[in-house]
Every structure is written in structure tokens, then in C-alpha cells.
Design a protein around this ligand. Sequence first.
Ligand SMILES: [Zn+2]
Length: 232
Amino acid sequence: MSRAATKPPIDWTETLNEAALWHDFGDFIQWFHVQAPGLPDPDQQEYVEFQDNLSFMRSQAACLYFGLEADVEAINAKLKTVALTINAERCAGTRLPALLDMADGESILRQLFGGLLVQFAGYAADTLVSGCCNLYRCQGLYRDQQGMPFSAMDVQLKSLERRYRSEIALLQDNDLVDDAGIQRCFDFFIGRPKARFCSDTCRFNTFQITKQFNDPDYLAEKQRRYRKKLRT
Ligand SMILES: [Zn+2]
């Protein structure tokens, strides 16, 4: 059994979290090879379409979270085109969900997106009915540009991302909401409001950035100590 098959199938939140880290087709293909070993590579055009579809899902998830009007009509229109079927054989040994959308052509990414869309639509419907949203986002901050660059987002995503950034007191208090040099981690969790960070790395990076703003000498001092250590 391949390593991919021992983990649970990918779902819509994990896919959004991963997609935020793809800077180009090469990053995506690396991810795809791990999730779906042995399946033929999608081409660049399929990748661009998949990214567009995921951006749509990302912006709708943000609307639900912030209590803005979600585009239910557009979600329904996409749902109408989906015909999920069980593809146990094709998905064996991969992390693809075995319910794939076989309505439209051979593109594995279209088939995968149909499956993810149905998962997302279930979440959206529950959120709209209950009026409470349990999709939380990591409160981690980064200085490097490992995630989707804030400056390169389209107008809609950027304005939603500004809202996510405005939730972080450090960015608000230091006038950094529009500063593309600091990113908020893109990881989502479902139903874990107390988990503020997705990982120890995120916790550590955020601690360092916070410390630096509270005490601007902190980093300089740390570097001095490091250099001293190297000399001794
Ligand atoms: Zn994080």
C-alpha cells in the first residue's frame, strides 16, 4: 500500500490550505504526485481552472465566516453540473476522495473539484441554516512569502483577506493590515476555536514577530547573541 493511501482522503479545507502554498504549476505537481501517485499529470490549463475554482470556494467560505452574503446561486449553479460516482478502483492507493465528478470530461482536477464542491456545499448549507460558522483560520504570522502573496490577490480575495488580517491585533495596532511583508497563515480548521495555530512553526514565527514589535531591539539583540556564540 502506498504512503498516500494510509492517510484519510483530502477534503476541501486541506486542499484550500495546500493551494495557498502553490506559487506555480511545479509546486502544484509536487503536491499532486504525493496525493495521487500513478495517475497521469494534469496539464497547466487544468491547473489554472482548478485554482480558479478553489478561489471561488475560498471567497465563499470567507463570506460565510464574515456573515457577508454568500453567492448561493453560483454555488447551486456549479452543483447542478456535478454527477458524483464512486471510483474506488481509480482512487485506490491515492488520497483522492473516491466520489469523483464524472459529468464532464477526463480532467482529474475537474472530477476532484466536483467532489470537493459537494463537501463544501454541505458545509455552506449547514452554516446558512444554523447561522453559525465553525471554520477558523490560523492566527499565525509570517515574514517570508510562503503563502499566496497578498499583493497578487484579485480585488475580491484581497478585500476578504484584509478582513482576516484585521482580526489580528498586532497588525491592527501597528498599522500593518496592508503591509504585504507580513502574511497571516492561510490554514483553516473546522470546529477547533481554541486551536489558534496550525503548527509549532506558526506559533514560533508569530511569537518572534510579536516580540519584535513589542521590543524592537529583540531581533538585533538576538543576532548579537548569535554572532557572539559563533565566535566563541
Ligand atoms: Zn498556521
